[in-house]
Design a protein. Structure first.
Length: 361
């Protein structure tokens, strides 16, 4: 380990559409230092600031933001990674799948900021629906525009359950780099599969038993599968429930009532099926127990349901960090480069809390 005087500068990250911080937490674990996070939602901004007061969170609408606006809040000129979790509704199977015709499509703004910041790497996460044949032309246009900027890029479909998350949650991830860096990039290898991923019951048993519910063990022993994909819903549609009828049927097979979201874990005397809390769903997304989700129930659930699971973001982030280091980007000598690859952070153990809205910091 280098001495304090020789500690290298870690690779930096600018993140847009940061949401509840799932992607940011994963990239932090992968060794990236966030120098700016952009988010428009009031509650999500409070969530980011509550968990990482040191993060520079810009409460801004991406469509009205320029690269110069972002750089004014940064000391470093070079951006190692530009990360984004752009809104899913334009491509979601549960929506109208309007793509570029949807007013919530922010891919053009991500590409605009990419041209202005010229990061060493780009990472964009979205729903599985964008990989459909109907969006072949859209994905191809994104690749062409990145190629015009000098990047080599690739799309990959990753499942959260393949990286230790107790949920199926397939996600389309785009990674772009300069050709000399991309030659070193390897998509992360799965660490688990649906048969070996943690189960819903195994992950949630401590929480279910926390208030003395006598059926907690019985429930956990029967909820031995991974969860279906959580749906957070859009701001236009959806409330605090676990999705459409098909999703609720899958939850019912796990002993979960998906018609609404509970305020607290069950008390003694509660019957089956049980309802999940926002905090419990955050655990199913791979958030640590100490991650605070702010806002009222619907807003908090929307943040969790739309999040990119931190373990998946960390796996992709480590692959990006490794490729940049091997290409000689981001840090100085070889010893310094290996110092930040795969570094992680951890917090103290406390329950995820759901707070009522307050005034903005």
């Amino acid at each position: 380990m280098p001495s304090a005087a020789r500690r290298p500068t870690t690779p930096t990250c600018v993140e847009i559409c940061a949401g509840a911080g799932g992607q940011a937490l994963g990239l932090e674990r992968a060794g990236f230092t966030h120098t700016a996070l952009v988010e428009v939602d009031d509650d999500a901004v409070r969530t980011l600031r509550a968990n990482r007061p040191s993060w520079k969170v810009l409460h801004r609408d991406l469509r009205a933001l320029s690269a110069a606006d972002i750089q004014r809040h940064r000391q470093e000129q070079t951006v190692s990674l530009l990360a984004a979790g752009v809104p899913c509704p334009p491509f979601s199977l549960a929506g109208q799948r309007l793509g570029a015709a949807d007013e919530r499509d922010l891919f053009p703004d991500v590409l605009r900021l990419t041209a202005g910041l010229m990061p060493q790497a780009l990472m964009i996460e979205n729903v599985k629906g964008i990989t459909q044949a109907r969006f072949d032309g859209y994905r191809g246009e994104v690749l062409r525009r990145l190629a015009d900027l000098g990047y080599t890029a690739d799309w990959q479909l990753l499942r959260a359950c393949d990286f230790g998350v107790p949920q199926l949650r397939p996600r389309a991830v785009l990674v772009a780099m300069r050709p000399e860096s991309f030659t070193h990039f390897i998509w992360p290898t799965p660490t688990t599969c649906p048969d070996t991923a943690p189960s819903v019951g195994g992950v949630l048993y401590p929480s279910m038993a926390s208030r003395g519910w006598e059926l907690a063990r019985e429930w956990a022993d029967s909820a031995t599968r991974i969860a279906p994909t959580l749906c957070g819903g859009s701001r236009k549609h959806g409330g605090p429930d676990l999705g459409p009828s098909r999703a609720r049927q899958a939850w019912a097979a796990l002993g979960v009532n998906g018609s609404s979201v509970a305020d607290d874990p069950p008390l003694p005397g509660a019957s089956l099926p049980v309802k999940l809390t926002v905090a419990q769903m955050a655990l199913l997304q791979g958030f640590p127990p100490d991650w605070i989700i702010t806002g009222r129930k619907t807003a908090a659930y929307r943040q969790v349901g739309n999040a990119f699971p931190p373990p998946v973001a960390a796996a992709v982030g480590r692959s990006i960090a490794t490729a940049l280091a091997q290409a000689g980007c981001g840090a100085g000598d070889r010893e310094a480069q290996t110092d930040w690859i795969g570094s992680s952070s951890s917090g103290t153990s406390r329950h995820v809390s759901v707070e009522s809205p307050g005034t903005m910091a």
